[in-house]
Design a protein around this ligand. Structure first.
Ligand code: PLP
Length: 441
């Protein structure tokens, strides 16, 4: 059904603005269950072919335009919430401002003046050398400095890779479901189709096989918090080898594992098939817009070309500062310090949730900046999050990160990057009141 409607839209047989039958009506006409139709409609909406609104039958989107304006996400609240459980940001107050200022001065003092000119799109050679050492030591990434590109965050790394994939004729990309919505928007922005691969306690499950690439968070799945099991790692690598596909490993918060050493990067198992992405957004601050991309040889020339086209190269003074931070050992100290603080926050959060919301189940390994809180069956996570907003609490329902809603238990993605340790019990008490009222104000 999904394919038939998509083909009809693509061929022009179904024109933009046409209203399709309501799911109940179409299900009756076709003699299938209503769930089949709503699933197909949801997929088509996620791919940009349909526009839907609550209680209205879907409209055929203008596909040429639908690939640009993307689904609008709710705007960030204008009034700061009393308790902020945002899952995607670190505590920016932990940014080591004085140390950074020293590193910036040191980096500039040691910067050969020719690096102030247009330079290598991959970034400063001495930063790439320091990154290669750091990544092989801490993450088991197999890398030489030549295959590293310093980029403006994971955001730019993803965009750059999607440009290359587009050029190579890839028209479908697999993403984890649920996953970080920005990456899904990026896939659709490039006119590629999304393939939703489900996630369980062992991480992502290899799904449909017509995708030319898969975007993944193996060390700490966002947002379920699962770690990809050994068996799944092997299954993914086998899938990629069989289909000549690229695996993109988004290693966004692996520095923060609290109970043991983090699992080594997937890239270390097959550097020819896995592209590795890292970022300073969680360990330092998102505002730096500093990340790194390790590409397989096969993609190197294309990646350099795309980076040159995008912005010529990443800002050099930040690179010089970050290089000084890495080389002096201050970066390791910053990660160590932040890890100890977040561990305490996570412990405080888990303790408060177990005490005040014993009917909810906490998911996810002891890592990163968030947990997934499964609500008792029958509750609606979207309604709970809306009621929480009314009570001055910002928390995201897992629904905001899902492509398909089928078969999943309601859950909240509870972040602790923006809450101090002492505020956590108070915040959980407020949240517990909302949950116990069952999502009503
Ligand atoms: C899954 C995932 N990847 C990457 C990032 C960071 O992106 P960037 O490096 O562009 O700041 C985030 C931030 O929340 C994330 O959740």
């Amino acid at each position: 059904l999904e394919r038939a409607v998509r083909d009809a839209i693509r061929s022009g047989a179904l024109r933009p603005g046409v209203r399709l039958p309501a799911s109940r009506e179409l299900a009756a006409q076709l003699g299938v269950s209503r769930g089949v139709v709503t699933d197909a409609y949801r997929q088509l909406e996620a791919q940009g072919f349909l526009q839907t609104a609550a209680r209205l039958a879907p409209l055929v989107a203008d596909v040429a335009r639908a690939r640009r304006p993307l689904p609008t996400r709710p705007a960030a609240p204008t009034v700061a919430p009393r308790f902020d459980f945002t899952a995607t940001t670190p505590d920016v107050a932990l940014f080591p401002a004085h140390t950074w200022a020293r590193a910036a001065a040191e980096g500039l003092r040691r910067l050969p003046v020719e690096h102030l000119d247009y330079g290598d799109p991959r970034g400063l050679p001495h930063l790439r050398e320091a990154l290669a050492d750091h990544l092989s030591r801490t993450r088991g990434v197999i890398v030489d400095p030549d295959r590293i590109l310093v980029v403006q965050g994971t955001a730019q790394a993803t965009d750059l890779l999607l440009r290359i994939l587009c050029d190579r004729g890839v028209d479908a990309v697999a993403v984890e479901d649920p996953s970080f919505h920005r990456q899904r928007d990026q896939v659709q922005r490039h006119g590629m189709r999304l393939r939703a691969w489900p996630v369980d306690r062992d991480g992502v499950v290899v799904g449909t096989t017509d995708a030319g690439a898969a975007l993944l968070t193996p060390a700490h799945q966002f947002p379920t918090g699962a770690v990809l099991s050994g068996e799944r790692r092997r299954a993914l690598l086998a899938w990629a080898a069989e289909h000549g596909a690229l695996l993109v490993e988004d290693d966004y918060d692996a520095e923060f594992r609290y109970d043991r050493e983090p699992v080594r990067a997937l890239q270390g198992l097959d550097p020819r098939r896995v592209t590795y992405l890292g970022t300073a957004s969680k360990t330092c601050a998102p505002a730096l817009r500093l990340g790194w991309l390790v590409v397989p040889d096969e993609f190197l020339d294309m990646a350099i070309r795309e980076k040159r086209l995008l912005d010529d190269a990443s800002p050099v003074l930040e690179q010089a500062a970050f290089s000084a931070l890495l080389r002096s050992g201050e970066y390791d100290r910053q990660v160590h310090r932040a890890r100890a603080i977040y561990k305490k926050r996570r412990d405080a959060l888990v303790e408060a949730l177990e005490r005040m919301l014993p009917d909810c189940e906490i998911h996810g390994i002891a890592a990163g900046l968030h947990i997934l809180l499964e609500l008792p069956a029958g509750l609606d996570d979207v309604a709970i999050a809306a009621a929480a907003a009314g009570a001055g609490i910002h928390v995201e329902p897992v629904a905001s990160y899902q492509i398909r809603r089928a078969d999943t238990r309601p859950a909240l993605v509870v972040g602790y990057g923006r809450l101090s340790e002492h505020a956590i019990p108070l915040a959980v008490r407020s949240l517990a009141r909302v949950v116990k009222r069952g999502g009503t104000r």
